[in-house]
Design a protein around this ligand. Structure first.
Ligand code: URP
Ligand code: ZN
Ligand code: ZN
Length: 459
């Protein structure tokens, strides 16, 4: 059966034009005018975009003594409601464990649960030689990116020796290394000093992880990548200190790539200082920064130092989860819920406010991440690509609230924000998964996607 999305304004990573999109089964077969299909979806007055790709999510992840509270069903439903049709989620190796076991566990969680397509990165937390050797099999199984953490000492952090081992191995097996850049030793020291002073409130999460801590780690990570001759992808870049390092490396011709996340574009360090314990809702790492950094991030996105905007969706309920850190900010689980709001916020706060074009949104939210992370059939509206499509109504006004969001979390960091623009229809491989405010697909239709190897030339 064919479906025609008629009468919208098609947006690609390079262009926007009036055209129809013809879908046959799971694929796009034509974009143009004068087309007809067995069934029509009316897109008049709407933008027609490739479904967004979120390459940075943490669903059902054990972290900070608890678990992120969206699973593969609720998290992917929320993603779809917000116009995201593929995610790449982080599978975490347990210290002492193997990558094989970690991936088996994550497949077990996702199998039969997801509304949209998904892949995995594997986070290596214990790079023993036999674990590093497993990376080859991961690549063969379509898990073509590996993350290391330079922070979270005593939990996820690796030292430089292990980081180098992971980088070197990708020189043999291929694969892209991703890195969380904060100097974990410095953070531990600053946290101890803060607690000794009696500084226990959520706002001290930011002052104990200052931008220099991110800048130093970014610089060191880039050096290690340069020594080993490998490309590197820096996740959740928040500040001028880190952007400068990435830009300088790129100016030297190095294949260094990076992303920021929506929370760093719209929220600031002031949110951590909300009355009472409310600031805990805004604890993520690296922390929210002073507002001037947002201009630096926008410039980096516009000029090409950064290539992606993800969400780092890692939700914890305020009640009982964020509350683990009452009286000690170091015990607040790190992470924010955001998977549902990326397209609407980018449209309302970045495009309508003139910081980015809608073409930039497609480039950084769909096309770029799909190319960098080897999702070969995702991120574009063109013949041969999967029919992952968002029909986005740019006029509809609504208010973000935990009362109405799809995410399975008891608060919303953007509570009360009045915004304009919302998906009307979302299609995944030709099937409608979201329509006029409702998820209409069944959990389990989403498939695991084997990802191809990173090619710097495609980024
Ligand atoms: O605070 C965050 N970002 N939580 C998720 C884990 C990570 O560092 O990406
Ligand atoms: Zn991280
Ligand atoms: Zn993350």
């Amino acid at each position: 059966m064919t479906r025609l999305i008629r009468g919208g304004r098609v947006v690609t990573a390079t262009d926007a034009f009036d055209a129809d999109v013809l879908i046959d089964g799971e694929s796009i077969v034509a974009v143009g005018t004068g087309l007809s299909g067995d069934e029509e979806i009316d897109a008049s007055g709407c933008l027609v975009l490739p479904g967004l790709v979120d390459n940075h999510t943490h669903l059902s992840m054990p972290f900070g003594g608890t678990w992120s509270c969206d699973d593969y069903t609720t998290g992917t439903a929320a993603a779809a409601a917000g116009g995201t049709t593929s995610i790449v989620d982080f599978c975490i190796q347990y210290v002492g464990g193997s990558l094989k076991d970690a991936l088996a566990e994550w497949h077990g969680r996702a199998d039969g649960a997801a509304h949209i397509d998904y892949g995995f990165h594997v986070a290596i937390t214990d790079a023993r030689p036999e674990v590093v050797a497993e990376m080859e099999q991961c690549v063969a199984d379509g898990v073509s990116s590996f993350k290391v953490f330079m922070a979270y000492k005593g939990a996820l952090m690796v030292d430089d020796e292990q980081f180098i081992a992971v980088l070197e191995q990708t020189g043999k097996t291929g694969g892209l290394v991703m890195v969380h850049c904060e100097n974990g030793d410095a953070v531990v020291r600053y946290q101890k000093e803060a607690l000794e002073r009696g500084d226990t409130d959520p706002k001290f999460h930011a002052s104990t992880r200052p931008p220099e801590v991110e800048g130093e780690a970014t610089s060191r990570a880039i050096r290690l990548a340069e020594w080993t001759g490998r490309p590197l992808f820096v996740v959740h870049v928040t500040c001028e200190e880190a952007v400068k390092e990435i830009q300088a490396a790129r100016d030297r011709g190095l294949p260094i790539f990076g992303e920021t996340c929506i929370q760093y574009l719209y929220l600031t360090v002031e949110d951590l200082d909300r009355p009472g314990f409310e600031g805990a809702k805004y604890v993520c790492s690296p922390p929210l920064r002073e507002a001037y950094n947002q201009h630096v991030l926008y410039q980096a996105l516009r000029q090409g130092a950064l290539q992606g905007i993800s969400t780092d969706h890692c939700p914890f309920n305020f009640k009982e989860q964020k509350e683990l850190g009452l009286g000690d900010f170091t015990k607040i689980p790190n992470g924010l819920p955001a998977i549902e709001h990326r397209l609407t916020l980018l449209y309302d706060r970045s495009v309508r406010d003139g910081h980015l074009s809608i073409i930039d949104v497609v480039r950084h939210g769909a096309w770029g991440p799909a190319r960098i992370f080897g999702l070969d059939k995702k991120g574009a509206l063109a013949p041969g690509f999967d029919a992952d499509v968002v029909v986005f109504d740019p006029e509809v006004k609504h208010t973000i609230s935990a009362e109405t969001h799809v995410m399975n979390v008891d608060y919303d960091p953007f509570e009360g924000w009045e915004v304009q623009g919302k998906p009307r229809f979302v299609l995944s491989r030709g099937e409608t998964v979201y329509e006029d405010g409702r998820i209409v697909s069944e959990p389990g239709r989403g498939r695991f996607v084997k990802r191809s190897l990173f090619e710097p030339a495609h980024a």
